[in-house]
Ligand binder design. Structure first.
Ligand SMILES: Nc1ncnc2c1ncn2[C@@H]1O[C@H](COP(=O)(O)OP(=O)(O)O)[C@@H](O)[C@H]1O
Ligand code: SF4
Ligand SMILES: [Mg+2]
Length: 323
């Protein structure tokens, strides 16, 4: 488990991100703040459309052109990377902060063999010979469960699951200090999923790798993460240690989310959350969860509940202590 006294590695403060659209501004992330320590494994969860990918993309200056960070800072080793120019960000990518994108399996360059893409990334960022780069790449390819004989295949010759695993290997090849993995295992079967998570864990033990693991699938986070962040409609609604979040969730949204995963609470009935997250062009006023919340009162519709922390367990709900 993470030692909270450990070095803070990445700190996000009051991030506010919007997308400009013809229909109006999408308020995709608001007041998003969190820290990642060295060697820590953090889970970011919430239903689809809650701002997880937006938050992740902003960490690497990868928002699409209609996306804008309106406010906030992203401190990496004490520097605000939002102030970095393209050259400085490119130097940071892969080597310091690496990312596996949502739907990454289509991101491999189709005209290059898989292993060549890894060798190129390594040689750009590190002073290694072709032979060393090849050996390291093959080693990683094996560790994501791919037969090294497939390393010289072109992306179109590989299955979707293999491409996804190769993207994970590519993201790890320069020994980054932090990996942001956005739904990295969603397309993979359970066995391969476990293998990838095990690889992240081994790297954490060996190299003090920090991981920001984003998934809507809470069961993936239960066994791997030190802490969990739950987002709803662009805001963080609850954060805490993994055991706290699973055994003593306090936000009504987190409670619903957890009870909708039968694999975690096996003796509970599946309880899907009725409705959908709101349109973020005109989100509900006050607590954005209020239209779906069984406990909403007038105050919830009028005032935004702040994220308040007690012993590292932070919750944004006006009625936190009432149930
Ligand atoms: N390029 C875009 N243009 C306009 N709106 C977007 C864009 N990308 C995402 N959004 C909106 O931003 C919100 C957050 O989306 P996203 O970060 O993808 O959520 P998640 O990863 O949690 O599913 C959603 O309302 C989504 O529709
Ligand atoms: S603030 Fe109100 S509407 Fe929001 S989760 Fe708490 S009780 Fe429900
Ligand atoms: Mg997403």
């Amino acid at each position: 488990m993470a030692d909270t006294k450990r070095e803070v590695f990445l700190e996000v403060k009051n991030l506010r991100i919007t997308y400009e659209t013809k229909q109006g501004k999408v308020k995709a992330a608001e007041n998003v703040s969190f820290r990642i320590h060295r060697g820590e494994f953090i889970g970011l969860s919430g239903e689809s459309g809650c701002g997880k990918t937006t938050t992740a993309l902003s960490l690497m200056h990868l928002l699409p052109k209609e996306g804008k960070v309106e406010e906030g800072v992203i401190l990496f080793k004490g520097e605000n990377i939002l102030d970095y120019d393209t050259k400085k960000v490119e130097a940071l990518r892969w080597r310091d902060i690496s990312m596996v994108f949502q739907g990454a399996m289509n991101a491999l360059n189709p005209v290059h063999k898989a292993i060549d893409q890894m060798i190129t990334a390594l040689r750009i960022h590190e002073d290694v010979t072709e032979q060393e780069a090849k050996e390291r790449s093959l080693e990683l390819i094996k560790s994501v469960g791919i037969d090294p004989a497939r390393a010289t295949s072109y992306p179109h010759e590989l299955s979707g699951g293999m491409k996804q695993r190769l993207m994970i290997a590519l993201a790890l090849v320069c020994h980054p200090s932090i990996i942001i993995a956005d739904e990295p295992t969603t397309a993979l079967d359970v066995m391969v999923q476990a293998q990838i998570l095990d690889l992240f864990n081994q790297l954490r033990d060996r190299t003090n790798l920090s991981v920001l693991l984003i998934t809507h699938d809470l069961s993936v986070l239960a066994e791997t993460c030190d802490r969990i962040i739950i987002m709803y409609a662009g805001r963080i609604v609850e954060t805490g240690r993994t055991d706290t979040i699973f055994t003593m969730p306090e936000h009504p949204y987190t409670k619903k989310l957890i009870s909708s995963f039968p694999s975690i609470l096996v003796d509970k009935e599946i309880d899907f959350i009725p409705g959908n997250p709101p349109d973020l062009i005109n989100p509900p006023s006050g607590c954005r969860f209020n239209p779906r919340c069984d406990f909403a009162v007038d105050r919830c519709r009028q005032e935004v509940p702040p994220l308040e922390c007690e012993n590292g367990h932070c919750v944004a709900c006006w009625r936190r202590h009432e149930f």
